[in-house]
Each structure stands twice: as C-alpha cells, then as structure tokens.
Ligand binder design. Structure first.
Ligand code: SAM
Ligand code: SF4
Length: 332
C-alpha cells in the first residue's frame, strides 16, 4: 500500500502524459508557452504502462487518471489506455482534457477501455474563451464534450475555473447549461500553480463567492460527507436533483486530510501533492538494469516517497512557496 505517516492511503494515481498544450489558459501558462520537456526525458509508452502495472498490482492503486498538459496530444494515448484496461485488477480509468480533439478520439478511447472524461470549460462565450485560453477553439471543446457523452464516457464532468473580470459572473449560466446537457459541473478555485506566478489570494473567486452566485438562481442542498468520501469536490444537489454541482475549494476549504492521491509526472517523477516542493525519481530506476531496475525496487522507492507526504498543502502557511513546476507540468 502507498501509506503515509498520517495514515492516508493513496489509491488514486494521476499520470501526466505530456507537459505540452494547445491552449494557453491565463491561469496556467504564459502566452509564449513553456520550455517543454525534451523527448528523451519523457517516459515512453512502455515505461508508463509498466509503472501503472506496478502501481495497480503491487501498490493498491484502483483508479488512474490521465492528464497533462493536454493528454490528447500524446500519440500513444489510446494504446496506453488499452494496455492498462488489460491489467489485473483492472483500474478505473479517466482522462482530464481540454476537449480539443476529443470529437475524433472519444469512440476509440471508449473502445480501448476508458471509463470517463473530465473536460475543462470555463465559459459559454466564445469571445471570453478566446481571451481566457488565447485560442479560438470554443466550438471544438463543445463538440468534444458532446462526442464524449455520445461515446458513453460518462458522467462527463466539466471543470471550470472562474477568473475575476472575465467569467466570474458566469457560474449560474454554466450550471443551467450543464444541467440541460447532462454534464456534471465542478468549479475549481484558482490555485497558485501558474507558471507566471500571477495568482493573488485577494483577487481569486472563492467557493463562498461561487455558492452565493449560484444560489441567486438555484436551490442547493449539500450532499453528506459519506457520499463525498475522499473526493476533492464538495457537492450540492441542484433544485432537488438529480443533477449536482461541485466545488473544489483547494484554497479556502482544503481537503488534505482525506487525500488519496499520488502523482506521476511525464518525466517519471513521483509527487505526493500538487503543492509538493520535492519529487522522487522513478525514471532512473526504470532505466536501470538488474535489481536496481526491478519492479520490487520501483515499488519500494514509490512507497518511501509516499511515506514522506506532508500533512497539507501549506497554502495557509506564511512560508508557503509555490512549487517550481507549474500545473501543466505536474499534471492537474
Ligand atoms: N489540459 C487539460 C485540461 O485543461 O483539462 C488537463 C490538464 S489541466 C492542468 C487540469 C485542470 O487544471 C484543468 O481543469 C484546469 O482548468 C485546471 N487548472 C490549471 N491551472 C489551474 C490553476 N492555476 N488553478 C486551478 N485550476 C487550474
Ligand atoms: Fe492547457 Fe489545461 Fe493548462 Fe489550459 S489548463 S493551458 S488546457 S494544460
């Protein structure tokens, strides 16, 4: 098991497949993009599948989420999903994507064994989308979501980040649209994980702001703690159900005590937390011969890394330091 000194057990693995992206969301990346990882530094498809196999068969991982960067940019994605679906025990598998290209790949991903998708969409207004992501691709995202729903990659969850002065007024419209289209909407508080270090706590839209805004149009009833489990989203039933809306309030209502995650970057580093400032290298072991590169050695290094997981994100600590890797390179 991947257990830490606080007794938390990680069963949910987030795998970043690439640090590259075809959007430039202002809260994530600068306009000019970033210095991408060099190809030889990236894990190969075989290396990724091997690590997931070790995680599933030796370390108690039951859920795998593929992310990035933009995971649909990874050429081998469908093959990776297919090989992971053949593992025993078979992990649940989902994908977090900006939805561009999903129209083309949704059926193949479903056939390969993917269970669900989370698609990020912050606005219903194409002009605001263009300002927020610096690309004119609103339509592609909507098409991708619809294709995912039709392919049965359900429930299709939608992730929205609200930014002051841009889309902060859109939460009720987004919820009405999500209910109508049978998508499960979750708002994510903006976190200090952008490469440009532009996050300001004073300026951010909080869970409290979002809920107040939603309540101007909807009746929200909080779901119990039992239904929530270790999920980062607190959920509310909308107008008596069956639809729900979630808020992931990592900044103002952190859920670190219930965290069940471990993360793997596209260059093979284990991270115990989004906000961790230290990483543990698995790639060197993966590329070693003999005992140093055995499944048992890799599993042992991974366990040791998780044992050192900190109690919390440290966001509220005056000495908080933003991690060197931005969200797109960690795998959000
Ligand atoms: N490119 C894919 C996407 O956008 O869904 C996957 C990677 S992205 C880093 C994963 C999620 O992180 C997205 O839902 C995105 O909105 C969110 N995200 C990125 N930067 C963030 C930030 N600074 N604060 C909160 N959420 C952020
Ligand atoms: Fe790309 Fe996702 Fe970051 Fe937007 S949030 S720039 S889509 S990685």
């Amino acid at each position: 098991m991947l257990i830490d000194t606080y007794g938390r057990v990680a069963t949910d693995l987030r795998v970043s497949l690439t640090d590259r992206c075809n959007l430039r969301c202002t809260y994530c990346m600068p306009e000019e993009g970033l210095q991408w990882l060099a190809k030889p530094d990236l894990l190969t498809d075989d290396e990724i599948v091997r690590l997931i196999r070790i995680a599933v068969t030796q370390l108690g991982i039951t859920e795998v989420r593929f992310t990035g960067g933009e995971p649909l940019l990874r050429p081998g994605l469908v093959g990776i999903v297919e090989r992971c679906a053949a593992l025993e025990p078979r992990p649940k598998m989902s994908l977090t994507t900006n939805g561009i290209g999903l129209k083309r790949t949704a059926q193949a991903l479903k056939a390969a064994g993917l269970d669900r998708v989370n698609v990020s969409l912050d606005t219903l207004r194409p002009d605001v989308f263009k300002t927020l992501t610096r690309r004119d691709r609103h339509h592609d995202v909507l098409d991708g979501m619809a294709a995912a729903r039709e392919a049965g990659l359900t429930p299709v969850k939608v992730n929205s980040v609200l930014m002051p002065g841009l889309n902060a007024d859109e939460s009720p419209d987004l919820l009405a649209w999500a209910v109508e289209n049978d998508y499960e909407l979750r708002f994510i508080e903006q976190m200090p994980l952008d490469a440009q270090h532009g996050w300001k706590r004073d300026g951010m839209i909080t869970a409290g702001d979002i809920l107040a805004s939603l309540r101007t149009r909807f009746t929200l009833t909080e779901e119990g703690q039992e239904e929530r489990g270790s999920a980062p989203a607190e959920r509310w039933i909308v107008d008596g159900g069956p639809h729900t809306v979630g808020v992931i309030a990592s900044v103002t209502r952190p859920f670190c005590a219930a965290c069940d995650r471990t993360r793997l970057t596209a260059d093979g580093q284990v991270r115990t937390c989004l906000f961790a400032t230290e990483e543990t290298d698995l790639r060197a072991a993966l590329r070693s011969d003999g005992e140093d590169g055995s499944d048992e050695t890799i599993a042992r290094i991974w366990k040791q890394a998780m044992w050192g997981k900190k109690a919390g994100s440290g966001l509220d600590d005056p000495s908080f330091l933003q991690p060197a890797r931005p969200m797109s390179a960690i795998g959000g």
